[in-house]
Ligand binder design. Structure first.
Ligand SMILES: Nc1nc2c(ncn2[C@@H]2O[C@@H]3COP(=O)(O)O[C@H]4[C@@H](O)[C@H](n5cnc6c(=O)[nH]c(N)nc65)O[C@@H]4COP(=O)(O)O[C@H]3[C@H]2O)c(=O)[nH]1
Length: 730
């Protein structure tokens, strides 16, 4: 006899018996002490019980129940409200499974029973629902959907799993302001009304939860003081209760809130709590992901110092804008702006001040352009403006305005100063139809503006291309020549005018490119300076010349000193002293045998670094010569301050010595000046006997020029010394 037959006193083939046994609902009948008197097939299947009847206690079936707890359940079942739902842990061998049971009181012929209905499928479904929700949101996040879309998906999924709730995600910025992110079931006005509201100790459920950093459960919006300010907004929308949880990032900051609203006064169910715990975690992940993406985006598309767009972003925007011009026909202007002498300022004021200056420049430029235009920084002091619907006239007016704005004095540094800028402009579609061309042509125009003496504005013109092209060609060929050591060094003798003896040589670089042919230094030295190749070039020449000197000394060739040219750019923030010191030490040459020829302009540059560097070099014993003396600056006061050993009278004064009295007077003045300061004076570019005689008469000690010898390669120089140059060594 089956349990049921015993219980109901009815035969097993009875219709009701079959119905109960085969019903898809898992049902059991339990007595007051918790013994299971009857259980149907669905119950056994769901809870993995043997099909054969056997006496079981509820605690054998539900691992989280014991006699005491069962007793409490029974007490809870009152006559008025005798159906109760609980969530219990499943059978011991599958203890992690959660099932929901409903208990119903039954009384039969004086005996009390409890009908136990297990809604096995429902929690399973819910569990699975949460799982699906997690997968869907994670997929949205991973596929790069914007945060508001993945949060929208999350809210909609939650609302379909629990139709009794309305779900929202609000972002909280670092100033504690709220920004709605997703609230698909609330009207747009709700979002608009709370946009920018501050979090606080009584700012609705979300604002308060963000403020406290903990969940806030308001079961009755109408009466809860936390909602006093916002209930007028919520109640008309039918929102009666709200449970909000803070979404925290790894650093503990509350970045958002996740809220469930209810249409009736109530608290959250167990299932809601489970769902919220999963959702809060998901939101936090999605926000962290968004922040990481933003950070990467910032790094990839922005300049770190100023926060302005960088080349990548400029390119992207320019390409879009160029496409738009095709349809609109409106001109698009690209403006290259380069600060004049920024390097000097940077090095004399220090790099930190230089950085501040660039940030100030960025602010000033930004304040001059419209929100839809782009200001980018390409590095260094190079800024680019991309201006939509801007033709030549408007571009010129803006460029002039920018120059004025930049010339305003910059305060806040040790010495207030102002900046000037060179500007190159190219306009699409006239000058270019793609980004590369627009960019290159603006750069070419900028180059022309700089060449025009700086603080200038130049519009791109097609003929500029040739000069710029040449410049680019020389730059790339020179880079190769320097790295492959294809440069040569020639030597030109310096002769004492009174004794006619060889006193030393000047080393001069020579370059014959396989394709471009022979290029004079005046063409490629400026390119080397601009491209930063000059340090490598000068080092190469210096090393080669010093090695040659050592070799001549070893061979008994009577060359006692060598002069090399050093570009002024080498002294700006470089390590020239160290390089010279280690060279002299490495080759074991007497420092006095080496002279550095530097230009007058270097002495005029501000900044104590150059002064200190020159003093240290001089203290090594290396000679310092001022090249092209007389052509540059009128102030000679630097001669007192700088430890110079030699002046080189520029070729232009030597040229006309024979028939220009004023040149003669000037040459004489330079020679006297040298005598006053105890400096040796070398006349450059002496081409005739007459020039040499005059120089000798007016007291010049040394001379150099084609009259004595042209610059020559080392081996040719040795032949010369053994032949025509014999006179200078005997
Ligand atoms: N008309 C005329 N010219 C004469 C005469 N005697 C010598 N010269 C030329 O005058 C220039 C003297 O060199 P600089 O004033 O230092 O002027 C140099 C120097 O400033 C620079 N330079 C040359 N080699 C180097 C180098 O290795 N490094 C750097 N930074 N600059 C260099 O390029 C400039 C030009 O060099 P070069 O073309 O070699 O030109 C040389 C030389 O060939 C003459 O009697 N008549």
């Amino acid at each position: 006899m089956s349990q049921l037959t015993a219980l109901l006193g009815r035969p097993e083939n009875d219709l009701i018996y079959r119905l109960l046994m085969d019903a898809p609902l898992a049902i059991a009948c339990v007595d007051q002490s918790g013994d299971i008197a009857f259980s149907n097939g669905a119950f056994k299947a769901l809870l993995n019980l043997p099909e054969q009847d056997q006496t079981l206690h509820v605690s054998d079936v539900f691992s989280s129940i014991d006699e005491l707890r069962w007793g409490r359940f029974c007490d809870l079942l009152s006559d008025e409200e005798n159906l109760k739902s609980f969530e219990l842990l499943g059978p011991a061998k599958d203890a992690s499974r959660q099932v929901e049971i409903s208990l119903q009181r039954l009384s039969d012929r004086g005996r009390q029973w409890v009908a136990l209905i297990v809604h096995g499928d429902e929690p399973w479904e819910q569990q699975e629902g949460i799982q699906l929700l997690q997968n869907e949101v994670l997929q949205a996040v991973a596929s790069g959907k914007p945060l508001h879309s993945s949060m929208d998906i999350l809210c909609r999924r939650v609302e379909s799993l629990a139709p009794e709730v309305i779900c929202t995600v609000l972002l909280v910025d670092t100033d504690g302001k709220i920004h709605p992110c997703a609230a698909p079931s609330l009207p747009a006005e709700f979002g608009q009304a709370i946009e920018g509201e501050s979090i606080g100790p009584a700012a609705g459920s979300c604002g308060t939860s963000a403020w406290r950093g903990e969940a806030v459960e308001v079961t009755d919006i109408a009466t809860d003081p936390l909602w006093s300010t916002y209930k007028a907004l919520a109640l008309p929308l039918g929102l009666a209760a709200c449970w909000s949880s803070p979404i925290k990032l790894r650093d503990g900051r509350v970045a958002a809130t996740f809220a469930l609203y209810y249409r009736e006064k109530r608290s959250a169910s167990e299932f809601h709590r489970k769902m919220v715990s999963a959702c809060v975690h998901l939101c936090s992940l999605a926000i962290e992901h968004e922040h990481a993406e933003q950070h990467i985006h910032q790094l990839v598309f922005h300049d770190r110092l100023t926060g302005l767009p960088n080349l990548n972003l400029l390119k992207d925007r320019a390409q879009r804008a160029l496409q738009a011009t095709v349809y609109s026909g409106e001109p698009l202007t690209m403006m290259f702006l380069d600060l004049d002498h920024f390097k000097t300022v940077n090095e004399s004021l220090g790099h930190q001040a230089g950085d501040r200056l660039l940030q100030e420049v960025a602010r000033r430029l930004q304040s001059c352009i419209a929100a839809e235009d782009t200001l980018a920084r390409l590095g260094g002091d190079e800024f680019v403006l991309l201006l939509s619907d801007t033709g030549a006239q408007k571009a010129r007016a803006l460029a002039e305005h920018l120059q004025v704005r930049l010339s305003d004095v910059i305060e806040g540094e040790a010495t207030p100063f102002s900046m000037t800028a060179s500007i190159g402009i190219s306009i699409a579609p006239e000058d270019a139809i793609d980004f590369e061309m627009l960019h290159r042509n603006a750069d070419i125009a900028l180059y022309q503006a700089k060449a025009a003496g700086r603080n200038a504005i130049r519009f791109y013109q097609s003929h500029m291309n040739d000069a710029a092209q040449q410049h680019l060609i020389i730059a790339s060929a020179l880079r190769r020549a320097v790295s492959e050591q294809q440069l040569d060094v020639y030597y030109q003798p310096k002769i004492a005018l009174d004794t006619g003896r060889l006193m030393g040589v000047e080393a001069l670089v020579r370059w014959v490119d396989p394709e471009l042919g022979s290029l004079p230094p005046d063409r490629f030295i400026p390119v080397a300076e601009e491209t930063g190749l000059i340090a490598a070039l000068d080092s190469y020449v210096m090393e080669k010349a010093c090695r040659q000197l050592v070799s001549w000394q070893a061979q008994g060739v009577p060359v006692t000193s060598v002069a090399v040219n050093l570009s002024a750019t080498e002294f700006r923030g470089g390590d020239i002293y160290q390089r010279i010191k280690s060279l002299v030490e490495r080759l074991a040459i007497k420092p006095g045998m080496l002279t550095l020829e530097i230009t007058e302009s270097l002495m005029m540059e501000p900044g104590s670094d150059i002064h200190d560097e020159l003093i240290r070099i001089r203290e090594l014993g290396v000679g310092l010569s001022i090249d092209d003396f007389g052509t540059g600056f009128s102030s000679l006061s630097y001669l007192k301050r700088f430890p110079v050993t030699e002046l080189k009278l520029d070729r232009s004064f030597v040229n006309d010595l024979g028939h220009d009295a004023s040149d003669r007077a000037l040459a004489r003045a330079v020679i006297q000046l040298g005598a006053t300061f105890g400096l040796q004076v070398v006349a450059e570019g002496v081409e005739t006997r007459n020039q040499a005689d005059i120089l000798s008469q007016i007291g010049c000690t040394l001379a150099q020029g084609y009259y004595f010898a042209h610059p020559m390669p080392a081996d040719q120089f040795e032949h010369w010394l053994a032949g025509d140059g014999q006179d200078y060594i005997e």
